[in-house]
Design a protein around this ligand. Structure first.
Ligand SMILES: [Zn+2]
Length: 86
């Protein structure tokens, strides 16, 4: 990641920026913030703002784990329901 996120005045980024960095939809970003995976602050106007450092960390974690997919069902191995194979 070399591009700079477009920072808000408070040094945070908005939902759309987070979504494009992580390659997911804005609904997913909102869900992650509700689930506590990604800390958000809410502005007086009701918009969510995210810490860019935290977004980068989540991106790093996802990049490290996203490649592990089941050969059979192509689901992430953690969610795979296939019988164990040797
Ligand atoms: Zn599987």
């Amino acid at each position: 990641m070399t591009e700079k996120p477009s920072l808000m005045a408070d040094g945070r980024v908005g939902t759309g920026v987070v979504a494009s960095i992580l390659g997911v939809g804005t609904e997913t970003v909102r869900r992650w913030s509700l689930e506590g995976k990604l800390a958000a602050v809410t502005t007086p106007g009701g918009h969510r703002r995210y810490d860019p450092a935290e977004v980068r960390e989540l991106h790093r974690v996802r990049a490290a784990t996203a490649v592990k997919k089941c050969d059979t069902c192509n689901w992430p191995v953690d969610d795979c329901k296939c019988p164990p194979r040797r």
